[in-house]
Design a protein around this ligand. Sequence first.
Ligand SMILES: [Zn+2]
Length: 257
Amino acid sequence: MTIRLKSLPSLSDNYIWLLINDENSTTIIIDPGSSEPCESFFAQERIKPVAILVTHRHWDHVNGIEKLVRDYCLPVYGPSTETIPCLTTALNTNDRFTLPGFDLDFEVIDLSGHTAGHIGYLTDGMFFCGDTLFSAGCGRLFDGTATQLHASLQRIKKLPRNLTIYCTHEYTLDNLHFAHAVEPDNEAIQVRLNKAKALREKNQPTLPFTIDQEIRYNPFLRTDEESVMKAVAQHSGQEIENSEDCFRYLRLWKDGF
Ligand SMILES: [Zn+2]
């Protein structure tokens, strides 16, 4: 089985990810915030959706579900602790499942923080992390806590470094400007910025990415680095004693950036 990944731009800066099995012309949809880009792509490529996976309840991740379920009669997998339209399989941390037509095992990872019930999906070298980790950034805190989001990012950091990570927003350039403000001497930020600019000029996504890459320039994965701790202490005027403190005040800094 060969899996092809496709990003469909949705709303202003979201991506809907499709896992496509070209052998049987079927696809899995991740976080459909709108139905239109999905339906026109399915018609054009003559592929049939078999399931929807949802990372969290925000409208820009779920608004397309009702129409897609009406038109294709699809099962919807999502977090058990959030309200997801048309949910058929409520998932908890560490649950595992398979989907029809796909020889893949999916594992549910706790990514609480952006929202309290946010989950991620791990399968075959791919990780779908919703609004938890972005390239050079991370999600904002809604009903989750800084402690939860810090723990979720540390969990991602412990996954295999060459895992390909699929997040759901094109925020990379903005995030890199903030990363540069935090670590002006980090050359990896400039290298990533040049590559990301070239991609955006051609209207191409800057995603996906690997942990191995992100760990060099994403300040939210570098909260245990002395350079980041120092910058955060200076900006916040707080004593920064550990990675979690650093994360908390870094997130606040970014909120007002
Ligand atoms: Zn969100």
